[in-house]
Design a protein around this ligand. Structure first.
Ligand code: UD1
Length: 363
């Protein structure tokens, strides 16, 4: 199927495959670091398609327009992943890249890794080795399967390297640092000193930011109701940046979101998010990335999950997990600020350059 002859590293061709919101954030520093180093093409599966879940990230983070957009959209896991697999097989065959670079742990990640290995195209997995050890999470299967399929495992942390070694993958693994830290620091510096831009009528330092979207939290009506009731009791306004999945399921279950302290808002772009978190008193979330962003901005985080992949945030004291007794959530959210720290388990913001170098060295 592959028609292009191998080329030297000076003109290496790398295809990044993305599809969901957190992947656009990770793509931004990579696309930047690729400039002048490699021929970089981007395929968007279309897993996320709303303007404020997709286009706004490309525009605000200066990411080039995707070369391919499969427009797959939402669907059941198998249906969605299968459609991506079929679409990506055509794209990878046409592009014949030297590397397919896949990001994180979404259905787009797994589909791209599978499509590439079946065409014997080398695959590199960015954010390899993260584990929640929770097999109820679709992301856990996506990560494990992608790591075992990939040729090069680009790990963000030492703990991720240990997980890969424990699974017999040490030889294919390298520690590169965390690219989300690169982009977070760049955007933090860009928005530093700017006033609070959140549309909601809240005062700096006098509100919390919340996001809830994981199936384990949204799909069971009793659990979702308990989480919303818990958040509603917090003593300051809580701006809930409502993912479309949360809105849909809350409506379907008859659970109003606009209750008590909660101020419902649309999801926001990345600079707005960084600005909103930096000015907040704390974060309440079940997102992976946001736990880490809160830590890097030194904002206390409360995570509505039984476990986290970003264990360093908990160990250093800036993140507390809450998985039940949501009636007591307020005490955790309003806990005293933890001891200041200069720990940097996620690197110093140069991971993307390390990733690009690693790919170029391994033609
Ligand atoms: C996906 C990822 C998750 C990641 C999250 C970030 C998987 C298995 N999950 O979850 O790891 O943390 O993205 O947001 O890949 N929808 C829209 N508009 C959109 C996108 C989604 O309305 O642009 C709605 C649809 O009703 C859809 C639902 O959200 O069915 C869920 O979207 P989906 O992409 O399947 O998963 P996420 O929950 O976003």
């Amino acid at each position: 199927m592959l028609t292009r002859a191998p080329i030297d590293s000076a003109s290496m061709r790398i295809l990044s495959v993305v599809g969901a919101r957190p992947q656009f954030v990770k793509l931004a520093p990579i696309a930047n670091a690729m400039q002048g180093e490699a021929e970089h093409l981007i395929a968007h599966t279309g897993q996320h398609y709303d303007h404020n879940m997709s286009d706004v990230f490309f525009a605000e983070l200066g990411i080039p327009k995707p070369d391919f957009n499969l427009g797959i959209g939402s669907g059941r896991h198998g249906e969605q992943t299968g459609a991506m697999l079929a679409g990506l097989e055509k794209v990878i065959s046409e592009v014949a890249p030297d590397w397919v670079l896949v990001y994180g742990d979404t259905n787009s990640t797994l589909a791209a890794a599978l499509a590439a290995v079946k065409l014997h195209v080398p695959v590199a997995h960015l954010e390899a080795g993260l584990r929640s050890f929770n097999r109820r999470m679709p992301e856990e299967h996506n990560r494990v399967l992608t790591d075992h399929a990939a040729d090069l495992l680009l790990a963000p942390t030492r703990i991720a390297m240990e997980h890969l070694a424990a699974e017999g993958l040490a030889k294919r693994s390298i520690l590169v640092g965390d690219v989300m830290t690169d982009v977070l620091y760049q955007v933090r510096d860009r928005v530093a000193g700017t006033p609070l831009r959140l549309g909601a009528a809240v005062e700096p330092g006098q509100y919390y930011i919340a996001t809830i979207h994981r199936p384990d939290n949204t799909d069971d009506p009793d659990r979702l109701r308990a989480i919303i009731d818990g958040i509603a009791k917090v003593g300051k306004p809580v701006v809930l940046l409502a993912h479309p999945r949360l809105r849909d399921l809350a409506q379907r279950h008859g659970i109003p979101l606009d209750v008590g302290s909660i101020v419902v808002s649309e999801p926001v772009g990345y600079p707005e998010l960084v600005n909103a978190v930096a000015h907040s008193a704390g974060v309440i979330t079940d997102s992976g990335g946001l736990q880490k962003e809160a830590f890097l901005l030194r904002v206390p985080c409360t995570t509505i999950r039984p476990e986290t992949e970003w264990v360093e945030t908990v160990e250093i004291g800036w993140n507390v997990l809450v998985d039940k007794d949501f009636g007591e959530l307020t005490a955790t959210v309003e806990r005293p600020r933890p001891a200041e720290t200069d720990a940097a388990p996620y690197g110093t913001g140069q991971a993307a350059e390390t990733v690009v170098r690693a790919l170029l060295e391994r033609a």
